[in-house]
Design a protein around this ligand. Structure first.
Ligand code: PMV
Length: 359
């Protein structure tokens, strides 16, 4: 699909007042996206597990308007959230060319996350995905010919323009973003699901998110991505990620846990190594992040567990493990890792199949 394909050309029906609602999941990257160009295009291919329990629910109320301006209000958990509005305005401005009807409505956007607002878990992926899906439901009311394939592709395309990794939060259980020669159909513009059956070892994979630091990040992802321009190791990093992507595709077919662990942990540490070697350099890990990593390595050495960790752009640790180890690992987390979490907090999650419409 090309950018042109996502421009709405025909409006067939008049839409009056109403509302649509979607629930979208968060995702955790196994091979990381860090560095972009153009209009939210990735410098390397990434792949993520779609989550289930960490999600955003968004209800979009629309009513016709003829002010020829963007008109909307955002509510978080029932309270007006004006601080979110500049980001949504920027998003609307960016996607207007693909959805020329936006100024014909006044919107009320009601949103809420299943995870605590200040948990350090980014809500941009699930939030932008849910909003993009609501807008696609509205687009479908103007044009009922839209196929499901186009609906989800364009939702991913729009979500990407809100927050890059949000394009991987539409479907599941594994979503690829970024064109790669070994995977026909992969795209710079949208997230795509894998065209093959994944090995049973990776079905129902678990992710327990250890909330190490629930504060605001010292450096935002936007700034972090920007620092990859002129970064001394940028090209090596993009090559490494593309190679890791190719390798993990094989692992997802063969079920090789050890190779999975080495790719996933190396990706997490490489991401943070990029931060530490940016100009200016910065650190998002906290002492407790490192204590948890060492504990996980010790546990793996002492048991036959296939537990491993990954990190996103923050101090929290995602503990990944096969569903078959759930009991044993949950005990380990409660007894040995919870002590490193802020207020002992963590969230159990599991790989999911993607967003769902709410009635
Ligand atoms: O989508 P953004 O711009 O918030 O960037 C997300 C980057 C990482 O979470 C660190 C990695 C990824 O691929 O999700």
């Amino acid at each position: 699909m090309t950018i042109e394909d996502f421009i709405l050309k025909t409006i067939q029906a008049n839409v009056t007042t109403g509302s649509v609602s979607w629930q979208s999941p968060s995702n955790i990257a196994l091979v990381k996206y860090w560095g972009k160009y153009g209009e939210q295009l990735p410098k390397n291919t990434s792949i993520s597990f779609t989550l289930s329990n960490c999600h955003t629910k968004t209800k979009l109320h629309y009513t016709p308007s003829n002010t020829h301006k963007f008109e909307f209000e955002v509510y978080l958990d029932g309270q007006r959230a004006e601080s979110f509005e500049p980001k949504i305005l920027k998003f609307f401005e960016r996607i207007e060319v693909y959805m020329p009807f936006l100024k014909q409505f006044k919107f009320r956007i009601e949103t809420g996350n299943s995870f605590p607002h200040s948990s350090g878990i980014a809500s941009s992926a699930s939030g932008m995905s849910a909003l993009a899906l609501c807008l696609m439901s509205l687009e479908r009311l103007t044009n009922s010919d839209i196929t499901d394939e186009y609906f989800y592709a364009k939702a991913s395309f729009l979500a990407r323009l809100g927050s890059g990794s949000a394009c991987r939060s539409i479907q599941g259980p594994l979503v690829v973003w970024g064109e790669h020669p070994v995977l026909p159909g992969s795209s710079q513009l949208i997230g795509t699901t894998l065209p093959f059956e994944i090995h049973d070892n990776f079905k129902d994979y678990c992710d327990t998110i250890l909330l190490v630091d629930q504060g605001e990040k010292v450096v935002s992802s936007t700034v972090g991505h920007d620092l990859m321009h002129n970064h001394p190791f940028a090209e090596q990093r993009f090559n490494q990620a593309n190679q890791n992507f190719e390798a993990i595709l094989e692992v997802l077919k063969t079920g090789d846990f050890d190779k999975f662990i080495s790719i996933v942990e190396s990706e997490a540490l490489s991401l943070h190594a990029m931060m530490m070697t940016s100009e200016p350099y910065f650190l998002l890990m906290k002492p407790n992040t490192l204590s948890i990593i060492h504990k996980i390595w010790e546990f793996r050495r002492e048991t036959s567990s296939k537990i491993c960790f990954t990190l996103d752009a923050g101090a929290n640790v995602h503990v990944l493990y096969p569903n078959a180890e759930k009991e044993e690992v949950s005990r380990f987390i409660e007894n040995e890792l919870a002590v490193f979490c802020e207020n002992g907090k963590y969230i159990h999650d599991v790989v999911g199949i993607g967003a769902k419409v709410l009635l």
